[in-house]
Design a protein around this ligand. Structure first.
Ligand SMILES: [Cu+2]
Length: 130
């Protein structure tokens, strides 16, 4: 059954698919959505940027890179959880912002005393609300 969510294995598979696709190719992309790209730096104890804003229907491509230890970039409400490993390569994934709303982002990998402060927000503006 297709659940439409991105979890650990799904992200890995998706990354491979993206790597194989030509840059900028957006098969199945809706006529209204745009491609929005973000690079997020995760470090103790913040995300930069910590606020991402897109429009409903946009394809969102997020690259997360750690500047120190291992961190997670998790949007629980959307079932997104990306691991940015210590000294690791940037991790990229892509999803379509189907639901409008304001979704909290948190670090999903305990990284020290300020871990709880690693927060952000993903804002998906409803169509017609631009
Ligand atoms: Cu953390």
């Amino acid at each position: 059954m297709h659940r439409g969510t991105i979890t650990g294995v799904g992200v890995a598979a998706l990354t491979l698919v993206l790597a194989a696709a030509a840059p900028g190719a957006r098969p199945g992309g809706g006529p209204q959505g745009e491609l929005k790209e973000f690079t997020v730096i995760a470090e103790r104890f913040k995300f930069t940027p910590n606020r991402l804003e897109v429009n409903q229907g946009d394809t969102v491509r997020v690259t997360v890179r750690s500047a120190d230890s291992t961190h997670g970039w998790k949007v629980k409400a959307l079932d997104l959880d990306l691991l940015a490993k210590k000294g690791g390569k940037p991790e990229t994934f892509e999803f379509v912002a189907e639901r409008a709303g304001t979704f909290p982002i948190a670090c999903s990998e305990y990284c020290g005393k300020g871990h709880e402060d690693m927060k952000g927000v993903l804002v998906v503006h409803a169509r017609g609300d631009r």
